[in-house]
Design a protein around this ligand. Structure first.
Ligand code: ADP
Ligand code: ASP
Ligand code: MG
Length: 453
């Protein structure tokens, strides 16, 4: 059995949905088994839902909420109409959403718990539409099911919840009575132990797919996207980027962590646990081989680097303290301050009297109170915004001499100066900091250096 996950663009229009249905049918024909289908919300719907929740809390005018609601309803009707499916499929959920937005409007407050309740409608609606489409094509056993009715239990960290360790067993148990069905499961959402709906972070449906795959011990986790696989760099920036045939779990985890939008950073965790191959495939060109991600790395001495990735909008924090020279426990105290402010550190480099750290927290108030506490420890604290972490990733790096020099020379020759440099002990990435505005120049130079164009 396989998991087939379809992303937002893949379920973004009636035509795209029909392509997904053909892919499911092809899989049933080839393997004789029903895949577990996991879907994202139709493209742009999650953004619209977040926006509607924000407006509901902030706007004094009820008409604004009605307008936001109408846009969301129309987006779903347009897809149902295009698939010649009845609008009634969406009506119950849309009525519930309308009531919820009105409720938020009356109390004038939206909490992370409510954001999750609101955004859950995206996947709840798209899964229903997908299952109805399959039934209309003759698959009478197709059924939409919410992940939380399939044993998906998370902690209560709303908007970024993590599955509980028991989730894998509870999914396997919950699946049993449904084994003969063609299930269409919601990505992105779960419920906590109190029964409140949670979400697992933006683009989380890849992660959901991997969790279902691991829980049901499938042969393969397929993620169907609008790109021909994981590519040497973001194709929206580098037109000559090309798909990578193979990646190791470790490489894929690193590149997702350092910003390659193509995979949710946690996707590999369940796959590694059960050693299940993950394949990234192109919905609009299913014959293309895509990218296969497994335990084993493929080392080609010609291409020691597999991928160039970047994470924009980072904040650089420089902490200078003459007192840190030989002072025991300085780092522990520094980290404790970050922990107290719930600020996650990404990169860190140290010198004798200073520490440079990066975070993706851009919230002014949070950074101000962090600085306030840091000055107790340091003689100077400096914050710089609009930074970008750039990383080159590849297991071939371990076996190649002079790669750091090639990387830095390429970037420098494009006129970009590197601000922080770090290489993890695992030696499969080199990361450094540049300004947001320098991303295109640095990526083009690196792509030309390592991939010849
Ligand atoms: P989904 O269909 O699951 O929502 P996404 O849209 O989140 O998929 O991910 C695909 C997008 O990721 C592409 O449109 C592409 O611009 C972007 N992307 C960034 N880096 C890469 C990369 N290295 N390889 C492929 N796509 C990438
Ligand atoms: N719909 C969610 C999002 O847009 C999850 C996903 O698409 O994977 O972030
Ligand atoms: Mg996405």
């Amino acid at each position: 059995m396989k998991v087939m996950k379809f992303g937002g663009t893949s379920v973004g229009s009636p035509d795209a949905m029909n392509r997904c249905a053909e892919l499911v049918e092809r899989e049933i024909k080839l393997s004789g088994k029903n895949p577990i289908i996991v879907v994202s919300a139709h493209s742009k719907v999650t953004d619209k839902l977040l926006d509607a929740a924000k407006k509901a809390a902030r706007s004094s005018c009820e008409a604004d909420i009605d307008a936001a609601m109408e846009t969301i309803a129309n987006r779903h009707y347009e897809i149902l109409d295009g698939l010649k499916l009845p609008r009634s499929i969406a009506e119950k959920n849309l009525a519930e959403l309308r009531d919820l937005l009105r409720g938020i409007h009356y109390v004038k407050e939206v909490t992370p718990r409510l954001y999750d309740y609101v955004t859950s409608f995206g996947e709840r609606l798209s899964s229903k539409c997908f299952a109805a489409m399959l039934r209309a094509r003759g698959h009478t056993n197709a059924e939409a099911i919410n992940a939380y009715d399939m044993g998906f239990v998370t902690d209560s960290k709303f908007m970024n919840a993590r599955p509980l360790p028991t989730t894998y067993d509870s999914i396997a148990e919950a699946y049993k009575p449904h084994a003969s069905k063609l299930l269409v499961v919601t990505g992105f959402i779960g419920k906590d132990k109190n029964g409140d709906i949670t979400t697992i972070g933006r683009s989380g449906s890849d992660f959901s797919a991997a969790i279902f795959g691991a829980a049901l011990k499938v042969d393969e986790i397929q993620v169907w996207k609008d790109v021909p696989g994981v590519m040497t760099c973001d194709p929206s920036l580098i037109k000559t980027a090309r798909p990578l045939a193979r990646l190791s779990f470790e490489e894929a985890s690193e590149l997702a962590y350092y910003g390659a939008e193509v995979l949710h950073p946690s996707t590999m965790v369940p796959a590694v646990m059960r050693e299940i191959p993950v394949r990234v495939l192109h919905t609009f060109n299913p014959e293309a081989p895509g990218t296969t991600i497994t335990t084993k790395a493929e080392i080609d001495p010609k291409y020691p680097i597999k991928c160039i990735v970047y994470k924009e909008d980072q904040v650089l924090i420089n902490v200078r303290s003459e007192r840190m020279l030989g002072m025991e426990g300085f780092m522990a105290r520094l980290f404790a301050i970050f922990e107290r402010h719930h600020i996650v550190i990404d990169m860190i480099t140290t010198s004798e009297v200073s520490v440079s750290l990066t975070t993706n927290t851009t919230d002014e108030a949070k950074l101000k109170s962090l600085t306030h506490d840091l000055v107790d420890l340091a003689s100077k604290v400096e914050i710089q915004k609009d930074k970008c972490i750039l990383a080159v990733v590849g297991e071939g790096m371990k076996h190649s001499v002079g790669l750091a020099a090639r990387t830095f020379k390429a970037v420098a020759s494009s006129g970009v100066s590197l601000q922080m440099i770090s290489q993890g002990a695992s030696e499969i990435n080199i990361t450094f900091l540049v300004n947001n505005s320098e991303i295109p120049a640095a990526c083009h130079a690196l792509h030309a250096e390592f991939f010849g164009a």
